[in-house]
Write a protein that binds this ligand. Sequence first.
Ligand SMILES: Cc1ncc(COP(=O)(O)O)c(C=O)c1O
Length: 371
Amino acid sequence: MAGINSAVERSAVGKPIQDLDTPALCLDLDLFESNLKRMADYFRGRSARLRPHFKNNKCSQIAMRQLSAGSAVGMTCAKLGEAEVLSTAGCRDILIANQIVGPDKIARLVELARTTPTLRVAVDDRDNAAAIAESASRAGVTVGLLIEIDIGMGRCGVGAGAPALDLARHIVKLKGVRFDGLQAYEGHLVTVPNRDERRRRVREDLGKAVETRRAIEAAGIAVPIISGGSTSTYDAAASVEGVNEIQAGTYPTMDHMYVKLAPEFAIALSIVSRVISRPKAGTAVLDTGLKGAGHEFGPPKPKGMLDANMSIHLSEEHCTIVGAPDWKVGQAVELIPSHSCTTCNLYRRIHVHQNSRIIDVWPIEASGRLA
Ligand SMILES: Cc1ncc(COP(=O)(O)O)c(C=O)c1O
């Protein structure tokens, strides 16, 4: 695990986060560790295991701590580039919960399979499965395949039931791949505000994956894995019998959107920003704009003021807050992003602090790795 890797980064250690050049991504170590412990404790003794989703933070130091915290079988990735970073960091069991399509990517996938003892990928297409199989078989490696089924999200995936059975029958005849089960992510339910309703609907929709597993098993094909779940549905998904891997991503860092859905996890991530202008009374302009904060679920909000009555507007490099407190130009302000996953993807390093004093700097090796 590479830690601090440059003189600039080393020189940050010991500083208060307010003294960082801004914008700078920061992680509160104590809150982060309590999030890891809470999730690991939840899964202790359960039949479902945790497979944390690396797309949240793309930082191998975080991933290796998630694995060491216990209850985790391995990591989930969205991108092949993320899987390559994790494998280099020493992760031995990786699921790419996404389609790997095209000759260049399939060649990289097969190369990765040489050095990663357990490597699985999602498929929803016969020809794609056959192309992976042919390449893997030629290289003398085996890639595990999970059939992705669409249980309501309307993204990738074949239909539950007969279409999935059809694809499973095709896959078990191929050399170079191993049919390992089903990928069934209930992404359409993670933001359902009411937790009881969320739980009910997760049980209903993941039930389609369980029924599909039964249909495939009835045809004599074993289905060892059903993988799904998220930070707001981990408990609901883990209680569906037969769902045995939970791909929660955001819980280590959290953000101001997710904390409303899963308040048992604390927001450990912040962007230290600086007030660069006070153009008029009540208005403050900070140096973190659209290019410095993932904003899919709204603009970032000042830490400790998530429910304050202020209007916040982002342009490319500015965050304009109307109704701001009495901040001075030059003052550091911690912002909490609405979406930690796209925020981490914008930064190359994360400053780890305890009581606001930097104790380490971790590279975010997979940030910007979109392929
Ligand atoms: C395939 C997949 N699994 C799981 C998740 C859950 O991640 P999170 O806990 O960050 O919502 C996501 C989120 O985008 C996803 O795309």
